[in-house]
Design a protein around this ligand. Structure first.
Ligand SMILES: NC(=O)c1ccc[n+]([C@@H]2O[C@H](COP(=O)([O-])OP(=O)(O)OC[C@H]3O[C@@H](n4cnc5c(N)ncnc54)[C@H](OP(=O)(O)O)[C@@H]3O)[C@@H](O)[C@H]2O)c1
Length: 281
């Protein structure tokens, strides 16, 4: 297989690129500096030039709060960009993998969301990502993979940023009345390849870790497993106002992956490997 990866320096983009190389595939991994997915001509020319069998779009504008003030940029990267990629993929008969988010849901439920549930995005970021899903589906051979709370060994990951903040000694506050499913980037990459290798039906898949935690519980777990002391307090989402509204309980499960016998471990089980990699890196 011949892979063209957009957003290749991000958490998921770099995990997919490593996995593709480890499997012996031909890989062209383009970071933003080399290819901006909002540039329709550049996307079209790259797809024609590299002639991939598979395109991975791991590029995204992920700054949830900033997107409220910069919705033009969020929509451009998260909705128009995937549209350019999907059109180029369709024209060149490529398989496209595009990633989306649990934030397409409003979180107003006590049960976990499946692929059958109807999105109701609450923020500019979430709306832009939902539109991106629709745009990616322009290509009939698209896998749209929703994931959540991605963490990785990389320096931009929540794990490294949290440990750096803890080392600085600043007091930390984390919300303890919202729930999420931390997902290890390497597991997203592995499930992406499992879907591709099984020639699974095209369409929408959820791919999230199995543990359900609040941000406070997640941050506390990272700190305790890394042996890092911190001044950390649990707060309510009422006390900790953010610019963008976040879903209260954006818990997604992966029934379509399960039908393919693809399981994603819980975030807690993957923390050790992540922390080991972060220290080594
Ligand atoms: N991170 C999460 O917690 C989370 C949660 C749910 C879903 N997701 C989804 O999972 C996917 C991968 O996310 P991630 O965590 O790997 O994000 P990430 O680490 O922030 O990586 C995103 C990459 O996209 C690049 N990028 C931004 N604008 C671009 C543009 N116009 N053209 C090309 N590249 C551009 C960024 O480059 P620069 O760094 O140079 O800007 C960055 O390398 C995304 O679809 C995201 O929405 C992520």
């Amino acid at each position: 297989m011949k892979f063209l990866i957009f957003g290749a320096q991000g958490q998921v983009g770099s995990a997919v690129a490593s996995e593709a190389r480890a499997k012996g595939h031909e890989v062209t991994a383009l970071p933003r500096a080399e290819l901006d997915i909002t540039d329709e001509k550049a996307v079209r020319e790259a797809v024609e030039r590299y002639a991939p069998t598979h395109i991975i779009n791991a590029a995204a504008y992920n700054q949830v709060d900033q997107a409220e003030d910069d919705s033009e940029k969020a929509f451009s990267v998260n909705a128009l960009g995937p549209g350019h990629i999907a059109l180029a993929a369709k024209r060149n008969d490529c398989i496209l993998v595009h990633y989306s988010t649990d934030y397409v849901f409003d979180g107003e439920t006590s049960t976990a969301y499946t692929e059958e549930d109807r999105p109701n995005p609450l923020s500019a970021y979430a709306r832009s990502k939902y539109l991106g899903e629709l745009a990616a589906a322009i290509n009939p051979k698209s896998y749209i993979i929703r994931t959540a709370w991605v963490f990785s060994r990389g320096g931009t990951s929540f794990v490294s940023r949290l440990l750096n903040l803890a080392r600085s000694g600043k007091p930390l506050k984390f919300v303890n009345d919202q729930w999420c499913t931390p997902t290890y980037a390497d597991d997203i990459a592995a499930s992406t390849f499992a879907v591709i290798e099984q020639n699974a039906p095209f369409g929408l898949y959820h791919a999230a870790g199995a543990d359900v935690l609040t941000p406070y519980e997640w941050a506390t777990a990272i700190l305790s497993r890394s042996g890092q002391k911190a001044d950390i307090t649990a707060v309510s989402s009422r006390e900790f106002r953010t610019k963008a509204l976040r879903p209260r309980r954006s818990v997604i499960t992966n029934p379509r992956l399960k039908t393919l016998n693809i399981e994603i471990p819980g975030g807690l089980a993957r923390l050790e490997e992540c922390l080991k990699g972060s220290e080594e890196g």
